[in-house]
Design a binder for this molecule. Structure first.
Ligand code: EPS
Length: 402
């Protein structure tokens, strides 16, 4: 069983993560984690903070000579902006000149956080609810990805839409129709998307989106969008129908939904399958050569809570950034008067970053199910278990029904 815990406030000294449960002898490279941390920082439409931060990880424990020891791995990512916040964020005595924030931003965790935790300063809610924490998740997710590489499982994502601007030829349909290049590798999707400043796959769409972001930014407004995250190379058999919390889709949906500002998750054709006929919805099973395959992949790689072996396809919806330069109505909690929300430095769009974060969350869940199924104290043992299962699988299915 793998688990990770993150700690750190947005403008505190650093973010930290403790990752536990990976087998020993797994190759982990700092540069690989840094590579994904950089990818999370990309994206047209981000605010001033990304010019201050240049995320890189310091590995504090659990890894020796680039290999895991089987012990907890602790990781640290510094917040460069801390230098500008040492008074406001000190864990020491409160300085006299700090003003309390009393005006909650609609759509952020400001009001609920202060009500729940009995704060008299909204800053206390802002700091931990900030999406800055997702840098720590990407660091943990990069360990999961390194593990999955041993089984040729790869993860990628692209931005499907921003501000309701969709591609003319949506790659999502190719995924559902199983109209993919031979030996499709989900990471290639990410590589293609990373070439675009908004992580879309179509040039025309990119231009339209950038124009829209520019005009919305001028008006002091923000945008959200949709993203698609895909994993390829899974074996048949991760997850189970025997109980609700053993389903692969249960955990994937929760993991993607847990990303800040995500308000919707679909697996496969999701909501549109609710509108289609059954005959147009399910994936026909056919025999091709010696193998049994599905013609299409509308199920998004999961049936009965179990991986089918086809790419796992997840689509997420991110709401627009809640901090607005042209703010909307709220109430000042210190005067109980109607007022406009506070302006604060922030992003205008963060869907490209959200897609990168979703890769890490998906990688984490798949790694968890892989280790639950194949176990092992060392990566060699996990691989032996995996190889013995996958080699015999097809023959078992055939033999059992003779
Ligand atoms: C965020 C607000 C902004 C974003 C931040 C998330 O930060 P700041 O308030 O410092 O300008 O830049 O995202 C990150 C710092 C990051 O690393 O992704 C928020 O309110 O959620």
């Amino acid at each position: 069983m793998i688990r990770f815990l993150t700690a750190g406030e947005s403008h505190g000294k650093a973010l930290t993560t403790i990752v536990e449960g990976f087998p020993s002898n797994l190759k982990i490279e700092k540069n690989y984690i840094d590579f994904h941390l950089k990818r999370r920082q990309m994206g047209y439409g981000r605010g001033g903070r990304m010019k201050i931060e240049s995320d890189s990880v310091e590995i504090l424990s659990g890894i020796r000579f680039q290999k895991t020891l089987g012990s907890p791995i602790s990781l640290l990512i510094k917040n460069n902006d801390w230098e500008n916040w040492t008074d406001k964020m000190t864990p020491g005595k409160r300085p006299g000149n700090i003003e309390n924030i009393s005006i909650p931003r609609p759509g952020h965790a400001d009001l609920v956080g202060s009500g729940k935790y009995n704060f008299n300063d909204i800053r206390n809610s802002i700091e931990r609810s900030s999406a800055r924490e997702t840098a720590a998740r990407v660091a943990a997710g990069s360990i999961a990805r390194s593990f999955l590489q041993n089984f040729r499982i790869t993860i990628g994502s692209f931005v499907e839409s921003i501000g309701n601007i969709y591609p003319a030829d949506n790659f999502l349909h190719k995924l559902f129709n199983n109209n993919l290049p031979f030996n499709f590798d989900a990471w290639q999707l990410a590589e293609d998307a990373d070439r675009s400043p908004v992580r879309v796959l179509e040039k025309k769409q990119e231009e339209k989106i950038i124009r829209k972001i520019k005009s919305v930014k001028k008006k002091g407004d923000t945008l959200g969008g949709t993203f698609v995250t895909v994993a390829s190379g899974l074996p048949l058999g991760l997850g189970s129908f025997v109980h609700y919390d053993k389903r692969l889709d249960t955990e994937i949906a929760a993991a993607i939904m847990s990303i800040n500002a995500v308000k919707g998750v679909e697996i496969g054709t999701g909501f549109s399958s609710a509108e289609a006929l059954g005959s147009k919805s399910h994936d026909q099973i056919i025999k091709e050569g010696n193998n049994i395959i599905r013609k299409t992949n509308r199920a998004g790689g999961i049936e009965g809570g179990i991986s089918t072996g086809m790419p796992v396809i997840v689509r997420g919806a991110m709401k627009p950034i809640a901090t607005l330069i042209s703010p909307i109505a709220t109430v000042d909690l210190s005067t109980m008067k109607n007022i406009l929300a506070r302006r604060e430095r922030s992003d205008f769009v963060a869907v490209p970053a959200c897609a990168v974060i979703s890769e890490s969350m998906l990688a984490w869940v798949i790694a968890k199910f892989m280790l639950e199924k194949f176990g092992g104290d060392s990566i060699e043992e996990t691989k032996d278990n995996y190889n013995s299962y996958t080699k015999k699988l097809n023959n078992r299915i055939k033999r059992n029904f003779r």
